[in-house]
Design a protein around this ligand. Structure first.
Ligand SMILES: [Zn+2]
Length: 182
């Protein structure tokens, strides 16, 4: 799995496709093609769904709505009514359909409204369920990824041990060494 899918929830994996939100703002979904490829890699649909600029714009609006609402929950702040309405609207559409073939292969298919519905439903389920209290923001400097802490003792600090975790550990090691050298 690429490090794009490790938050524990499709809605948060989706929110994580804009990285370093407070600084570099690295956009992983820059084109409709990026979005189509991401939806397959994220396991939302089996075959790429043709996407146009309007589909991308709509999905990115939903992504930012999800990010704002989960961040508000994290800060124990109220979310806006507009954001909640947008999430309810997206979730009201029929989601991606599942088709199980005789050989056991599962196929997921639908248009972008269906994909948006799956993501919005996951966001609502996250915000209204037990995972809401376990949402964390990565402790690495500048990283704005959100994830669900399912670790025992709830001690997970980074979105990705290999990426943010090892970088943070190396930085604190350097700080400690610099401190003892004085
Ligand atoms: Zn991180």
């Amino acid at each position: 799995m690429e490090s794009v899918y490790l938050t524990g929830r499709p809605a948060l994996d989706f929110a994580a496709t804009l990285r370093w939100r407070a600084s570099l703002r690295e956009e992983l979904l820059a084109t409709p093609g990026d979005l189509a490829a991401w939806a397959v890699r994220a396991g939302l649909v089996t075959e790429p769904v043709p996407a146009g600029p309007g589909d991308l714009a709509g999905l990115l609006r939903l992504r930012e709505t999800i990010y704002r609402m989960v961040t508000a929950r994290l800060r124990a702040e109220p979310w806006s009514e507009e954001d909640l309405d947008a999430l309810h609207d997206a979730a009201a559409a029929p989601p991606v359909t599942l088709h199980l073939a005789p050989d056991g292969a599962l196929r997921r298919a639908g248009d972008w409204r269906a994909v948006a519905s799956v993501l919005a439903r996951d966001a609502l389920d996250l915000l209204g369920g037990p995972d809401a209290a376990r949402v964390r923001r990565c402790a690495a400097e500048g990283c704005t990824r959100l994830y669900v802490d399912h670790s025992r003792g709830h001690t997970r600090r980074w979105c990705d041990m290999a990426e943010c975790g090892s970088k943070s550990k190396a930085a604190s090691y350097r700080r400690r060494r610099a401190g003892t050298a004085r």
